[in-house]
Design a protein around this ligand. Structure first.
Ligand code: SF4
Length: 109
């Protein structure tokens, strides 16, 4: 098994590629804010799908698993205080880090 200390993650490295709703996302390591550079290793950077909405080819909104919930949130089960989209029953696949929100209220108008 490879030792991560031999191969530390570096800013710009690809974490994984995700295909969702007809879009391809290359998730890379990086920093959300400049001041975070002094705090350690880079983290996985997710697209800001709240600030810059994207939709599947059939009009469903794309969301990240860690995105803040919207007013249509409905818990999939017991949820901690800081619920995210992956905790919502409208998030199609809770194992994916980016997926479709199946809520009709969030569909592209
Ligand atoms: S999955 Fe959709 S409905 Fe559920 S909280 Fe996220 S954006 Fe809202």
């Amino acid at each position: 098994m490879p030792d991560m200390t031999d191969n530390p993650r570096r800013e710009g490295d690809v974490y994984k590629t995700v295909v969702a709703g007809g879009h391809r996302f290359s998730l890379r390591y990086g920093y959300y804010e400049d001041f975070e550079r002094n705090r350690g290793e880079p983290v996985v950077i997710y697209p800001d799908l709240l600030g810059a909405p994207m939709y599947s080819t059939d009009g469903f909104r794309l969301v990240t698993a860690i995105q803040d919930v919207c007013d249509s949130f409905e818990a999939r089960g017991a949820v901690e205080e800081d619920a995210c989209c992956c905790d919502c029953r409208f998030y199609r696949n809770s194992r994916s880090c980016i997926d479709i929100c199946t809520c009709e209220l969030n569909r592209e108008k």
